[in-house]
Design a binder for this molecule. Structure first.
Ligand SMILES: Cc1cc2nc3c(=O)[nH]c(=O)nc-3n(C[C@H](O)[C@H](O)[C@H](O)COP(=O)(O)OP(=O)(O)OC[C@H]3O[C@@H](n4cnc5c(N)ncnc54)[C@H](O)[C@@H]3O)c2cc1C
Length: 378
């Protein structure tokens, strides 16, 4: 296997790392504390072409491959140290824009993708409900026909970018089965943004409840076929989440290790840097081992996806490893920082709170193990 990156990919990674360091990192700690989204950061990263990376040039995007998207996600997370930015960007890309590109009519693509790729519009996806999380097929939101329109009613929860979204694809139960509807969120009076959720991590990304209250959309808002959106669209979204979005966790892990090494070399106890104690050095070695394992798993799954090869087990494996090992690394980073690691002044505790989401959002660790075991056992 060839693990090398092309010169263009190396340059892309380097420029996105710098963008993360220069534009995202400076206010990351403050945004985490106050739990706010900064539109200026979105504007600056969009101006650098980030918002439309996975979408083809004919719709205003950059036509990045799956691996390109992983590299950009990883680099921005590594340089930017802001799990919330990665979450919002990931949602905008893989569940907000990609379904419209892959399943939309030409009219839908032309209507939404240029705005989504320039970053002028923000995308979101709403399938999860208070009573239907892991069991995505258990949604209760209804879609009924009324003349030429559809009318949606129900409640969604945990919707990333919910308060920001201009375009939100909503999964609802039509008489024929689960169907996806593109809702123009800011102008549709039936799309009501409810409570904003106060999260433990990724706090710079807004997450909200959405109430669909007689939310009327035209027939032209149906994304894909009526009745088959769960298998054809939602499950594909989860697949992108388990490959492209996971690369942000890889970048976050790298940044945590680098910061921990810096601290361990700098902090003196018993007359020498704590990095000189084998107990600390071995913790750092284990953190690196965990990072290598996660990076290889994520990029292998992404490579398989890019080459259209089966990757169900690999993607779920990557998700389990990333979810568990990123948390282990963040905990070890806190331990190496001692009392200071327990304070909000250092990035270690933020890394822990941000990392925890990887084992929950887009399919929990338990669900990944269910997918792997079902695939193996038939
Ligand atoms: C910050 C954040 C952002 C999110 N963004 C979005 C978004 O943009 N759009 C969207 O639609 N959703 C989003 N989600 C929802 C996310 O995908 C769900 O939270 C996730 O799928 C789990 O569903 P749940 O929270 O209802 O947990 P539940 O499904 O209630 O699970 C609770 C526990 O039971 C376990 N469990 C459930 N079923 C089984 C089973 N069959 N076997 C074994 N264990 C099981 C789970 O693993 C978990 O440990 C987001 C969530 C978070 C926290």
């Amino acid at each position: 296997m060839d693990f090398s990156l092309t010169p263009e990919q190396q340059a892309l990674f380097a420029s996105m790392l710098k963008l993360g360091q220069d534009v995202i990192a400076p206010g990351a700690a403050d945004r985490d504390k106050s739990g706010v989204w900064d539109p200026a950061v979105w504007k600056a990263t969009s101006a650098a072409g980030v918002a439309g990376l996975p979408i083809p040039a004919e719709y205003g995007g950059s036509g990045g491959s799956i691996l390109d998207c992983c590299l950009v996600n990883e680099a921005l997370a590594q340089g930017g140290k802001d799990g919330g930015f990665g979450l919002s960007l990931g949602a905008h890309w893989v569940i907000g824009s990609v379904p419209i590109w892959l399943h939309g009519t030409e009219e839908q693509r032309q209507r939404y993708l240029p705005g989504l790729t320039s970053g002028e519009l923000i995308g979101a996806w709403a399938s999860t409900e208070p009573e239907a999380g892991s069991d995505a097929g258990g949604i209760l939101t209804t879609a009924r026909r009324d003349g030429d329109d559809w009318v949606l009613n129900g409640t969604k929860i945990f919707i990333t970018n919910g308060p920001l979204a201009d375009v939100c694809t909503v999964l609802a139960r039509a008489p024929e089965g689960p169907t996806a509807y593109i809702v123009e969120a800011k102008t549709n009076p039936g799309f009501k943004v409810g409570r904003e959720l106060d999260k433990m991590g990724c706090r710079s990304s807004p997450t909200a409840e959405i109430h669909l209250d007689e939310c009327r959309v035209p027939q032209s808002a149906v994304l894909g076929e009526v009745g088959s959106a769960l298998w054809k669209i939602a499950f594909e979204c989860f697949d992108w989440e388990r490959t492209v979005m996971l690369a942000a966790t890889v970048g976050g892990m790298r940044s945590t290790i680098d910061e921990t090494i810096r601290y361990a070399k700098d902090r003196q106890q018993f007359g020498k840097p704590i990095a000189h104690f084998q107990a600390i050095a071995h913790k750092i070695a284990q953190m690196e081992i965990n990072y290598q394992v996660v990076k290889n798993a994520v990029y292998k799954a992404a490579w398989l996806k890019q080459h259209d090869r089966p990757h169900v087990i690999e993607a779920s494996t990557a998700k389990v490893l990333a979810g568990e090992l990123s948390v282990q690394n963040a905990l070890e980073s806190i331990q190496i920082h001692g009392g200071y690691g327990y304070l909000r002044d250092f990035p270690a505790e933020r890394a822990l709170r941000d990392a925890k989401l990887t084992s929950i959002g887009g399919g929990t660790t338990e669900i990944q193990k269910m997918i792997i075991s079902r695939t193996l056992l038939g």
